[in-house]
Design a binder for this molecule. Structure first.
Ligand SMILES: C[S@@+](CC[C@H](N)C(=O)[O-])C[C@H]1O[C@@H](n2cnc3c(N)ncnc32)[C@H](O)[C@@H]1O
Length: 314
């Protein structure tokens, strides 16, 4: 079953996500590709499954594979692994995390997933004796991950043979065909660092602002506008006219750590002469700090065009 990010609670819990099998262990796979791994591994060790991928094409391929295999207690979502694990998984919720053949980033180590901050974050989302099972063909990344786990001081390292299913993934077969070795290690939690949940707001906190218009708004000269905040960037990409309500809709691109979203921000004139700026529900965005800043950016944009702000909630 595919979940949109907004279908989850932040944090969520196993009994809500898997109401028919709440007593099974909970396993998560990062970067499941075409979904082959879980189809096999679920036979060896049944568990509730949560798969996270950034590729939309992979999401659809994997969904078909899991459906054909009749795996009902499997949830797939399209998101970067960090916000999913930090935001959706409750403290000590997971029994295991699988990472099979992650992108090795040979020239850009800083992009690698398995680094100290990742180990710190997942240490509190795994159960006390929970494990990360890491399989790769890339010896240098393998050594790098061992070193990062040691540096975190939170994991015991167990080098052993990979599970059979990890040798049958699309990338496992590709690299084995080319004659590469496969490396496997299990990182077992021995201590944890407390990491606060990724902050996602509810619909009750939908950001908005109220403005009083100057002259009627003419956006025919609109150009892409970038707003930079501490560690977030908002780009107002386009503006459209709303023919029905005589208002406008801005398309905003939001970049925050490990999460990018594109959302619509509505600018709607109201009967009392004021103008309401608020996030549209279209696309079910995750209401993050970045979404609040997108509403703030549109508000700033209008302020620069003569509007006066009378109320803000962001
Ligand atoms: C080299 S492929 C391996 C796919 C699969 N595990 C296999 O063995 O065939 C790496 C996968 O990880 C996904 N990926 C990369 N970074 C990710 C992240 N931060 N969160 C989730 N998925 C990610 C990519 O989209 C890609 O599908």
């Amino acid at each position: 079953m595919i979940f949109r990010p907004s279908d989850f609670l932040f944090p969520d819990h196993k009994a809500r996500l898997y109401p028919e099998t709440p007593d099974l262990p909970w396993h998560l796979e990062v970067g499941f590709g075409d979904g082959r791994f879980w189809v096999q591994q679920a036979q060896a060790e049944p568990a509730n499954y949560l798969g996270v991928e950034i590729s939309g094409v992979s999401l659809l391929k994997a969904e078909k594979k899991l459906q054909d295999a009749g795996l009902k207690n499997a949830i797939l979502t399209r998101l970067h692994a960090d916000p999913l694990i930090q935001g959706v998984v409750p403290e000590h919720g997971l029994d295991r995390i699988y990472v099979n053949f992650p992108d090795p980033w040979p020239k850009h180590e800083h992009n690698r997933l398995l680094q100290v901050p990742f180990f710190e974050m997942v240490s509190s989302r795994l159960k006390p004796d929970g494990e990360i099972w890491f399989t790769t063909d890339h010896e240098e990344y393998f050594q790098f991950a061992l070193e990062q786990a040691r540096q975190s001081g939170l994991f015991e390292l167990i080098e052993c043979a990979p599970p059979a299913a990890a040798l049958q993934t699309k990338y496992a077969l590709k690299w084995q065909d080319l004659g590469f070795d496969v490396y496997h290690v299990r990182f077992r939690v021995k201590a944890f660092k407390t990491i606060a949940p990724y902050q996602v707001f509810t619909e009750d906190d939908m950001p908005h602002s109220i403005l009083v218009a100057g002259d009627s708004l003419n956006l025919s000269d609109f150009q892409k506008t970038v707003y930079r905040y501490q560690n977030r960037t908002i780009i107002l990409l386009e503006v459209f006219q709303n023919l029905r309500h005589q208002g406008h809709v801005f398309l905003a691109h939001i970049e925050e750590e490990h999460l990018t979203q594109e959302i619509l921000v509505q600018v709607t004139p109201r009967e009392d002469g004021t103008t309401l700026v608020k996030t549209a529900k279209f696309g079910n965005p995750l209401i993050t700090e970045g979404v609040k800043l997108a509403v703030r950016s549109v508000t700033e944009y209008l302020k620069d065009r003569g509007y006066q702000v009378t109320h803000t909630a962001y």
